[in-house]
Design a protein around this ligand. Sequence first.
Ligand SMILES: Nc1ncnc2c1ncn2[C@@H]1O[C@H](COP(=O)(O)OP(=O)(O)OP(=O)(O)O)[C@@H](O)[C@H]1O
Length: 275
Amino acid sequence: MTLKQVVNNVAEMPASKKAVVDIKKLSLTFQTADGPVYALSDVDLTIEEGDFVSFIGPSGCGKTTLLRVIADLEQATGGEISINGVTPHEAREKRAYGYVFQAPALLPWRSIERNVTLPLEIMEISKEERVKRAQEALKLVELNGFEKKFPWQLSGGMQQRASIARALSFDADLLLMDEPFGALDEIVRDHLNEQLLKLWARTNKTVAFVTHSIPEAVYLSSKIVVMSPRPGRIIDVIETDFPKDRTLDIRETPEFLEIAHRVREGLRAGHSNDE
Ligand SMILES: Nc1ncnc2c1ncn2[C@@H]1O[C@H](COP(=O)(O)OP(=O)(O)OP(=O)(O)O)[C@@H](O)[C@H]1O
């Protein structure tokens, strides 16, 4: 091969993206009074900068546990994990991620704005800066104008958007979302999925997202991680190629249906391994 060919080949190679989450041979066993619970086993995964990664698998397979390990809320019992090249603990101290829980978990006695600014207060950020950041985060989830309302004055979908704004308020590049739309009806969920995609396209954040819904996983993700029943193992990683500004219509395309089929087959195969 000539030097020119080598140079051309290198030029055609996609620029390698930064690994935000790097997991090698990770396992986690909970010790309980009833004996060990093997929650995760032999998990290998890289989440790259700008990825939208969904985790899908049967109930109890360890999706939340994996997200909590990334967030330093649980400790792995085996293997390695790094977040932006440092330990989850160091990443947590650097506030490298925002975390959105299954339920909005807003404090009922605080206004929406003051719920969003809560982590910033804990970080001892000035009031002026807190309000500015809350405004920006609420705008990103299209809740500007609702700053002075209280959680009970908002619908379930709006409350969940407020909790996303709270996770966005300290502008971490990594967003960890644990089934944030699971409790919402399908129409609201579709709408929030569209908004979340827009937000992802606009901010280029890296997202790790837990879901039970195959269409939600396929619609949102650049990478779908299919997990087996407990102990959670990765049985398939599917990369999708949809543009970032995709609309809900893509759910009717053959490509979408093919990926959804592959996810379903993976979930089925995982179940039969367990029998
Ligand atoms: N602190 C804990 N102590 C003991 N067992 C635990 C603990 N946390 C989770 N588990 C167990 O670990 C397994 C994985 O739980 P996890 O919540 O991660 O699953 P999941 O895939 O997120 O489930 P779901 O889809 O129902 O939310 C479950 O069997 C759960 O009961």
